[in-house]
Unconditional design. Sequence first.
Length: 350
Amino acid sequence: MLQDHIRTSLYQFAILENAADFRDKTVLDVGAGTGILSFFAAQAGAAHVYAVEASGMARYAQRLAEANRLGDVVSIINQRVEEVILKNKVDVLISEPLGIALVNERMLESYLIARDNLLKPGGKMFPDAAVLFAAPFTDPALYLEQQQKLGFWTQTNFYGIDLTNLQADAEKFYFSQPVVGPVAPGSLLSPPTSLHFDFNTMSLAQLQKFEMPFSFVAAGMAQLHGFALWFDCRFPGTQRHIHLSTAPHEPLTHWYQVRALLKAPIAVGAGHTLEGRLDFEANDARGYNVHMHVRNANTGVSASNVCVTQCALHHFQYSSQTSQSTPAFFGAAETVPLPLPESNGHAPEP
């Protein structure tokens, strides 16, 4: 992630361009890793920075702090943030709690716990808001690739063994996997729907289970193969608001985009309405079970499936370039700059 130039430079820019929010302030870095965000806060003039990192990476953060003569300003705390107790609450929280499709890895929960336990009332959060986007997509090559994998399990005489008993399990496995990688903007059948997350006010319960209802109008005739997900986030500086987008038409980051597949595509025509919802439910693998329900209101055909994400989602990174050649239906997908006055979806009340 340090080598993601867009991510690292944007965080530094957001902090240094808003140095007044950090100067002479106490700062806590949630999930500090190597401590890079803590060092940026020190560069901005923070009085003291607590870099909280639960893993063994903390010792490397300590070495970097000392090597860069920041040991007097940056204190490395090798604990889970849920266990940290400070004598005084801090003025600012910084973190990179954003996973693929925003919520994967479930680091946002730790960020909110730090807010509740360690941030002064009225303190600042960097970032303080995000928007999750979802749009229907078509990608015949990707769908065919999954079908070809499944075809292996249709063999009735594989070295004398009938494999078909596992065909249903294989189908469930292949089509429940998220597909991580760049999405061709032209493969999107409609502008996205969105769900707004306000880190200042939302509860932990709202991250455990939430939904994104949608009503998409297809821009062209195609097969609907599933839904693409990405996110934007905001850094609320006093001097300057900074906006990060991981949309398909923006420069690529290590977050990429992610696609959730339907087992069977739905035919859609230009102007057809796709109605339904995406239900997100946190799972034990630090990811989410994403239940997809969609219906073509013009034909009555419906489909559903479950996409299961987990913490190590980069294992599902898609390397094929075939999806990039999909012809455009309506041009680049439009995203709505933060802050959004309203989102199309909602998270349930705790």
